[in-house]
Design a protein around this ligand. Structure first.
Ligand code: FEO
Length: 400
């Protein structure tokens, strides 16, 4: 894609990545891709805001060269040091050796750690401003969204917030870069939630703190470093990020995420009974087969639904491994405020139920109820499973 002038003298100079399979080496993006958005402000002075991943340096520099002589770039603003945005920096500096690199003090420290760079750097302070001529950049420190050095850059005269990872999402940009370029935003909102739950959710408290820093700054455009630029309705993505972040503190939406695993369908039969109990209460469910589904796709539901039913058997005296893997990730992502229940086959020994109780305690989840059974479920077990489903659904509704 060619550079796009998003406001007079302000350009989107991002690149799409449709070749990386795992974002951060963890999260699948093969199907949807991702964009590394960067921005150029051409004024009396020229500032570049963020870069791209190293492997796309050629695309990025070619993009940039279309709108500016690289040697004329005065400032390179580093909102965030993670290499998906800073990886092209050393290549860029080959063409602009005198450019001044601006970042929060921790970012400047990291420049040395990641790239051995110590020259031509400026340590910024929170709310420091830089006049480029008619435009002014204000640097707002937003630590831990999602690294400690992270800041956002606010272009005062236009009300544009270059928010880097904040308000970002997976998904390559298919021609248009703005929210109003797409008739249906469902894809980008779904991928924004997946990105949020994978990357940012563990730092929800920091997101809410960051939002407070902008209450007195009118935001007319959100220009993140991944995904859409929100100019028609910037409040939409801000509200989504605020809502998702608040689930860290408060119960989430009425719904139950099912973490389902089975070896020989015995647990599946019990789950089917539980699902009937839930359905009778009219509570939505998201059933995820933990044997087949990457945790990246489970986290959005786990984050946004207040109920959890782990339906997975004992394996070698403990909880079914792929179910435990999801719960371990939930622990890492600080997924709190859940109402959980458990059911599963003990096979010939049992152990999963106690294993689940241990991880639930670590997560701070109060287990509502649980049941297990040797081998396959009896008719009596199926009645109990249905009742557990019903009880969980009622509990989820009652905290509404
Ligand atoms: Fe998009 Fe945290 O880097």
């Amino acid at each position: 894609m060619k550079p796009i002038e998003i406001r007079p003298g302000i350009y989107w100079v991002g690149v799409n990545d449709r070749v990386t399979d795992l974002f951060e080496g963890l999260w699948p993006i093969s199907q949807v891709g991702v964009s590394y958005n960067a921005y150029l402000v051409k004024d009396e002075k020229t500032a570049l805001i963020d870069l791209s991943k190293e492997m796309l340096s050629d695309d990025y520099l070619s993009q940039l060269s279309a709108v500016v002589d690289l040697a004329s770039v005065d400032y390179v603003v580093i909102n965030h040091m993670e290499p998906d945005h800073s990886g092209a920096l050393k290549r860029m500096l080959e063409f602009a050796p005198n450019a001044q690199i601006l970042g929060m003090p921790k970012a400047i420290d990291m420049l040395k750690d990641f790239y051995g760079l110590e020259e031509n750097t400026t340590r910024l302070s929170n709310n420091q401003e830089l006049s480029l001529g008619k435009y002014t950049l204000r640097f707002v420190y937003t630590p831990l969204v999602h690294w400690p050095e992270t800041m956002m850059t606010y272009l005062v005269e236009e009300g544009i917030l270059f928010s880097c990872d904040g308000f970002g999402g997976y998904g390559a940009l298919d021609g248009g870069v703005f929210d109003d370029d797409y008739a249906d935003l469902a894809f980008f909102e779904t991928e924004a939630l997946r990105y949020f739950s994978n990357i940012v959710a563990a730092f929800s408290k920091s997101v809410l703190s960051a939002l407070k820093k902008f209450v007195d700054m009118p935001i007319r455009m959100i220009a993140p470093s991944h995904g859409l630029i929100w100019r028609a309705d910037p409040a939409r993505i801000i509200d989504l990020y605020r809502t998702w972040s608040e689930y860290h503190l408060n119960p989430a939406e009425v719904g139950i995420t099912i973490l389902f695993g089975t070896m020989y369908r015995n647990t599946e039969h019990a789950l089917n009974a539980a699902l009937q109990g839930i359905a009778a209460q009219g509570v939505p469910v998201s059933v995820h087969d933990v044997r087949k589904t990457h945790v990246s796709y489970i986290l959005p539901d786990l984050w946004t639904q207040r109920g959890v039913l782990v339906a997975a058997p004992t394996y070698e005296g403990k909880l079914f491994p792929t179910a435990m893997d999801v719960l371990m990730m939930a622990d890492r992502k600080h997924i709190a405020n859940k109402t959980p229940a458990y059911l599963g086959s003990k096979a010939w020994s049992g152990g999963a139920q106690a294993d689940f109780a241990r991880i639930a305690e670590k997560l701070g989840w109060q287990v509502l109820n649980s049941m297990d059974f040797l081998g396959g479920p009896t008719q009596e077990d199926l009645v109990r499973a249905r009742e557990i489903g019903s009880q969980l659904a009622r509990a989820v509704k009652s905290t509404a």
